[in-house]
Ligand binder design. Structure first.
Ligand code: UD1
Ligand code: MG
Length: 451
């Protein structure tokens, strides 16, 4: 993709007051990923010469998430124009005409649906038209809080009026600011320096650079884009709408790649969920981040998976929970009310009912009976359980880790296993059964006399 050398600035320093949250807005998740990850993903294939994320004070979490992309702290956040000014301190000497960066693209961290090809289209369009500033526009059903575009008679962009400052006539304008701007690097600094705070919010609005550029005789333009790509998230309700839209896309992509979703609208995916061909997902399944499923598996209803790897032909659920580090090899069966954490089950192993298997290694072909628990935690430390191949663990067994059960061993039902079971041994670790013939009749008679 041929393009001029450009820098990208992503604004993420706003507190997101309308979210009413202790968490910075762009850290709220959509399909399991913080919102800020989406614009970064869209930019990456275009290889910007520099990418800067503007964050507010005490937003180290964002800096950590976006690393190795560089963050710049805007302290205090005084508006989107002030945020770009903060970012420019990192581009000193690099902007044209002296430096190599010809153009700067500014994105907002709260617009997660941007596509890479749209960004490259906006860069190309500004260059072709020679506009000093090119701004993405859209026509949402309700223009609500978005900045309104005031166009000149020749169709170029004259200024942007923020909703809070707009007259009734301006409020009625349907074409609004979608939030992405590409700016000629030669003019950027002087445009930003002229922004003032004479507005309803007492903020430095980035959008004011359009009017400033016009006054300098520079041309500004707009490109209209589909609303779905430019949706900005400012409230919890908008977050939920964005989640719904993202889920629709992910479900569609999964089905297009050969996965059966019996009731797609009840399956929740993460942006990074990988589902193999011919896998069937039954209704009401949730995938947290980090799940990979190979071909031809079946995930039955009401299962919850995160950080788990599931092999080909495996069967999970209904009502199973796979936690981070769960690895099920080919043809493993994990049934109802089974929880697996940091444990590997070898080819064809089965744990079909009511078990907790944590910090464990379970060999191929082993059968784990109903109600088996690995006791991996003593309140302070975690310990491992290692079970060999072809083992039979009887129902309601307790395996007190650290402990090893050798290949081919049998553990009798109801056992509490506290030390190694050798290969091919039968271990019975429970009180022996005592039978007292006739004593039930005597007991009953005695109890009846007491009434
Ligand atoms: C902004 C635009 C509006 C546009 C809308 C599109 C301005 C003044 N308004 O409004 O025209 O229609 O986006 O979604 O730009 N931020 C900072 N530092 C600050 C303030 C904000 O980095 O001091 C960041 C926020 O974290 C956010 C982004 O800039 O990611 C946009 O801020 P937000 O408050 O959401 O602006 P809107 O009111 O949505
Ligand atoms: Mg916004």
């Amino acid at each position: 993709m041929s393009q001029d050398c450009f820098a990208a600035i992503i604004l993420a320093a706003g507190s997101g007051a309308r979210m009413k949250s202790a968490l910075p807005k762009v850290m709220h998740r959509i399909a399991g990923r913080p919102m800020i990850a989406y614009p970064l993903d869209a930019l990456r294939p275009l290889s910007p010469a520099a990418t800067l994320v503007v964050i507010g004070p005490q937003m180290d979490d964002i800096a950590r998430i976006v690393a190795p992309v560089e963050s710049v702290v805007q302290d205090p956040p005084l508006g989107t124009g002030d945020a770009v000014r903060a970012a420019l301190t990192q581009l000193d000497g690099r902007l044209a005409p002296r430096g190599e960066i010809e153009e700067v693209i500014v994105l907002y961290g709260d617009t997660p649906f941007l596509a890479t090809k749209t960004l490259s289209r906006l860069l190309a369009e500004r260059r072709c038209t020679g506009a000093a500033v090119l701004v993405s526009g859209m026509r949402p059903a309700d223009p609500g809080p978005y900045g309104r575009f005031v166009l000149a008679p020749d169709g170029t962009l004259e200024r942007i009026v923020e909703a809070a400052d707009a007259t009734a006539a301006e409020q009625a304008i349907g074409l609004v600011n979608g939030g992405i701007m590409t700016i000629d690097a030669r003019h950027l600094r002087e445009l930003i320096e002229e922004i003032d705070r004479n507005n309803a919010k007492r903020e430095f609005y980035l959008t004011d650079i359009v009017g400033i550029a016009r006054r300098k005789g520079l041309v500004c333009r707009t490109v209209e884009l589909p609303v779905e790509e430019l949706i900005g998230i400012n409230t919890r309700a908008e977050l939920a709408e964005a989640e719904a839209l993202m889920q629709q896309r992910l479900r569609r992509a999964a089905m297009d790649s050969g996965v059966t979703l019996i009731a797609p609208e009840t399956v929740f995916l993460s942006a990074d969920t990988r589902l193999g061909r011919d896998t069937v997902i039954e209704p009401n399944v949730t995938f947290g981040p980090g799940v990979m499923i190979a071909e031809g598996a079946r995930i039955c209803s009401f299962s919850y998976l995160e950080g788990a790897t599931v092999g080909a032909g495996a069967r999970v659920g209904p009502f199973a929970r796979l936690r981070p580090g769960a690895v099920l090899e080919r043809d493993v069966h994990v049934g109802n009310f089974v929880e697996i954490k940091a444990a590997r089950l070898g080819v064809g192993a089965k744990a079909n009912h009511l078990s907790y298997l944590g910090d464990s290694e379970i060999g191929a072909g082993t059968n784990v009976g109903a109600g088996t628990i690995t006791c991996n935690y003593d309140g302070f430390n975690k310990f491992r359980t290692t079970i060999g191949e072809g083992v039979f663990i009887g129902s309601n067994s307790i395996l007190v880790a650290p402990v090893t059960v050798g290949d081919g061993a049998y553990v009798a039902a109801g056992s509490v296993i506290t030390h190694e079971v050798p290969a091919d041994a039968l271990s019975v670790a429970r009180a022996r059964q005592i039978d007292k013939p006739g004593r039930a009749t005597e007991l009953r008679a005695r109890l009846r006399r007491k009434i």
